[in-house]
Design a protein. Sequence first.
Length: 159
Amino acid sequence: MSDQENENWLKQKRLERAWSQEQLADISGLSTRTIQRVEQGGTASLETLKSIASAFDTDVSLLQSRAENAAPLVEATSTLAVEQESMSASDNRENRIAKFHRHLIIYLVVNPGLFLIDIMTSSDSLWFYYPLFFWGIAIAIKGFLAYGLPDRGKKGLVH
């Protein structure tokens, strides 16, 4: 296989699925500029190749072998420990965000029910706002831990 064919493999696969570079970037979680660079035969880390392979539901070793045949596409700087640390950190963050969303949905479903029970059963005292308030504090803390503080130093999101 020639270098030109290897460089165009990503573009061919992307076009087979009728995806734009922006769509592939969104699906893979990479920036559009990274997709453009890889399509043009530029360097890509192992993590970038894993993201692209995941978007195409293929094995990363296929991309690695194509990259090694075409040009030095994979940077040798990524080690297994660094990869595992970054993957576990992103998985951990994704899990916290998913748990926060589940918790928020439960909060939004249960509290109107508590309100209705309170209104229909006890006319002299309203107690529904206690779980609403304290559970709301717990939700706010969980959201803060999941998303963290906004970083005011960054101008925009970079994938």
